[in-house]
Design a protein around this ligand. Structure first.
Ligand code: ATP
Ligand code: MG
Length: 349
């Protein structure tokens, strides 16, 4: 019997294609549960990324097909999201008894890779990445979709635009079956999982915000906030200890402290985080990337199912409101100055 946990590229390529359509070209990377390929969609003649989700060995046929069905359901839900900060899901197919998720190909590297290669990011750059991720999460939360696995490995940095894009929306639900529960062991790193989830509670929008805080902490410090050699020790630290005080965070410190609050009810909300990230980012947010509390912008998603968690509109905090009011005054002032100069020029000519 073939090892179900080994990549099935050769199997799937019996006709050279996955689902008679996607030609695997090269491996882009691999994580705990799968291999991501650069591939060509032969029908639409474009390059895509294909995530081959490996099924852990020792599973029954029924368990494997249940996981595959769940993968299709989750990918369908993620495919409803359309936002510049979210990797688009194009298709999901089940072949060789495993799900293959076909998605937008982001050329660049993950934040994890960037930290590993170049070391910690300056706080201003991390803050701007944080704003983009917050925008993507806000769009998803507004239609009841949770990410569940925000971490540096799931943040892709588009090399053409410099934009941060979130991948693997909802896929953690499928992976979680294996990573958190299989054989009672812990396979994945729990470093980015919120304490309320570790206690067995349901994922909620606040849990994604915790993971965002942990991701930004890792971006500036070069390691996760509760980094320990042993995953079980990470569990203990997330539940009971405070993160090691960041030493490189600078203006990002308040937002890290707020997002890494253990009590989800008292954790910093998206609106406050937005205001603080704008300040820490050093300049205004790009208006084409909507963030919670701002107008909906290009984010769209059909609310085909009830939200899995209350999709409360994130509060807009006074600081953010003041920042925006200041921005409006600035533009009005600039317009008046330009108009005045034009009138003066006309009178002189
Ligand atoms: N849509 C994509 N476009 C381009 N590269 C991608 C895409 N999705 C993933 N990758 C690359 O593939 C690598 C592996 O992704 P994968 O999701 O398998 O692992 P991970 O996120 O690091 O860990 P985990 O399995 O725990 O999610 C990523 O780090 C990234 O470099
Ligand atoms: Mg991933």
């Amino acid at each position: 019997m073939r090892d179900e946990s080994a990549p099935a590229a050769e199997d799937a390529q019996r006709d050279g294609l996955v689902a008679h359509r996607y030609r695997l070209l090269a491996e882009l990377g691999r994580g705990g549960m799968g291999v991501v390929w650069r591939a060509r969609d032969e029908v639409l003649d474009r390059e895509v990324a294909v995530k081959e989700m490996l099924m852990p060995g020792g599973r029954s046929e029924a368990e494997r097909s249940a996981t595959a069905r769940r993968a299709v359901r989750e990918a369908r839900s993620a495919a409803r999201l359309s936002h510049p900060g979210v990797v688009k899901v194009f298709d999901v197919v089940v072949e060789d008894a495993r799900p293959w998720v076909v998605m937008e190909l982001v050329r660049g590297r993950s934040l994890q890779e960037a930290i590993r290669r170049d070391g910690p990011l300056p706080p201003g750059r991390a803050a701007r990445i944080g704003l983009e991720l917050l925008g993507a999460l806000g769009a998803a939360h507004a239609v009841g979709i949770l990410h569940r696995d925000v971490k540096p490995g799931n943040v892709l940095l588009d090399e053409a635009t410099g934009r941060a894009v979130l991948t693997d929306f909802g896929i953690a639900v499928i992976e979680g079956e294996a990573t958190l529960t299989q054989n009672g062991g812990v396979l994945g790193s729990p470093a980015y999982i919120a304490p309320e989830r570790m206690r067995g509670g349901r994922a909620r929008p606040e849990s994604d915000l915790w993971a965002l805080g942990a991701t930004l902490y890792a971006a500036v410090e070069g390691r996760a906030p509760f980094h320990r050699e042993d995953p079980v020790a990470v569990f203990g630290a997330v539940l009971t200890e405070e993160p090691d005080p960041p030493v490189r965070a600078g203006p990002l410190r308040p937002v890290l402290d707020g997002l890494l609050h253990k009590d989800p009810a008292r954790r910093m909300g998206a609106g406050t985080a937005e205001a603080l990230l704008i300040v820490a980012g050093g300049n205004g947010p790009d208006p084409t990337w909507p963030v919670p509390g701002r107008s909906a912008g290009p984010a769209t998603a059909a609310p085909a199912r009830p939200p899995t968690a209350p999709a409360a509109a994130p509060a807009t905090v006074p600081a953010a409101a003041a920042w925006r009011a200041g921005g409006v005054l600035f533009y009005v002032g600039t317009a008046l100055l330009v108009a005045g100069a034009l009138v003066a020029l006309l009178m002189m000519s």
